[in-house]
Write a protein that binds this ligand. Structure first.
Ligand SMILES: [Zn+2]
Length: 341
């Protein structure tokens, strides 16, 4: 199951080709970071350095297939990102979920792609590394001066964990400098508590741990994985965000000064714009690629980009047996209202 899942989600390279910026890697916890700009942060569409509520519209393309089936999952994924509720145990399989065996959950996949569409990259090396499984689960890095990924697994035998030996690879994964635990959230999330510089790792840790499902057991939270960790399997419900997903977005929400609680902070409000053209994020079902978000970027300030265009595309139902969740996640909508007040 795991291998099949990983092979399916292999189309982020498609998005690379359409990036508006001359970056060569889809890298780091933020899109547009790379070895020369490891701490570059990418913000959602419309952020210009002014704090407050940042509204980003999400539409279903009028030319999309399966429009009527998409509406509820699109609204659900929007509510999930607006609520920013960190969860553990967010991998739910078999009889414990409502997804038929042999189907892939559209809402879970969409939650991942919306993450890309608002500036987040994979926490793991993923398919864009060119590596095979299982090495794609090592923490996101640039190859560094030797132009190769260095993949020392460490004594725990788990890829992507805190004892990995990554040679001269340049870390692109923001980590909690007090814990290096991607399954927990610091009270303050900004550059005073998170870093990409491995010199700031705690204890005797040798590398940034990423919120992969195999790493989660080491932290005592099995069946947990960041939504932004690449991959979606059959009969897999991963609709709820992990702590690392929330931490990364909140790091951006600290604004250009990267200090939480100042005037340039923003809160993200995704808004469903219906079946229409011209929204900040367009979602469509068409074609043969499994799923990707094609993202353009623009500079906001030194070390800070924002998304300038985003289209999330999912394969036609003739290619992928999508399960379209018919049930609204009402409780999350209520939480969203509370979050806004
Ligand atoms: Zn992805």
């Amino acid at each position: 199951m795991l291998t099949k899942k990983r092979l399916l989600v292999s189309t982020l390279a498609t998005a690379l080709a359409t990036m508006a910026l001359p970056t060569t890697t889809m890298a780091g916890a933020f899109i547009f970071s790379d070895g020369n700009n490891a701490d570059r942060i990418t913000h959602p569409s419309n952020y210009n350095g002014t704090g407050g509520v940042l509204t980003v519209s999400v539409c279903i393309a009028p030319s999309s297939e399966s429009i009527s089936d998409m509406i509820v999952p699109v609204e659900n994924a929007i509510a999930t990102w607006n609520a920013l509720t960190p969860t553990t145990g967010n991998l739910i399989f078999g009889a414990a979920n409502d997804i038929p065996s042999g189907s892939i959950d559209f809402e879970s996949t969409l939650a991942h792609e919306i993450g890309h569409c608002i500036g987040l990259a994979h926490p793991n090396l993923a398919t864009e590394s060119g590596l095979g499984e299982p090495n794609r689960n090592y923490t996101k890095t640039d190859e560094g001066p030797n132009n190769n990924f260095d993949l020392g697994i460490g004594a725990d035998g788990v890829r992507g964990s805190a004892d990995d030996d990554r040679g001269d690879d340049i870390n692109l994964h923001w980590f909690n400098t007090q814990t290096n635990n991607p399954f927990a959230l610091n009270g303050v999330v900004d550059s005073s508590t998170y870093s990409v510089n491995i010199a700031n790792l705690p204890n005797s840790d040798t590398f940034a741990a990423n919120a992969d499902r195999t790493v989660s057991g080491l932290f005592g939270v099995p069946s947990t994985e960041a939504v932004m960790q690449q991959g979606q399997g059959f009969d897999e419900d991963q609709r709820q965000l992990g702590h690392d997903d929330v931490a990364t977005l909140r790091l951006g929400m600290a604004g250009i000064d990267e200090v939480a609680g100042t005037a340039d902070d923003y809160t993200l409000r995704l808004e469903y714009g219906g079946v229409a053209s011209g929204c900040d994020i367009t979602v469509q079902v068409t074609g043969t690629s499994f799923a990707f978000c094609s993202v353009g970027g623009a500079g906001v300030a030194p070390g800070h980009f924002r998304v300038s265009s985003a289209t999330a595309q999912f394969a036609s139902t003739s290619e992928i047996n999508w399960f379209f969740n018919p049930n609204s996640n009402t409780s999350q909508v209520i939480f969203e209202d509370g979050f806004e007040s």
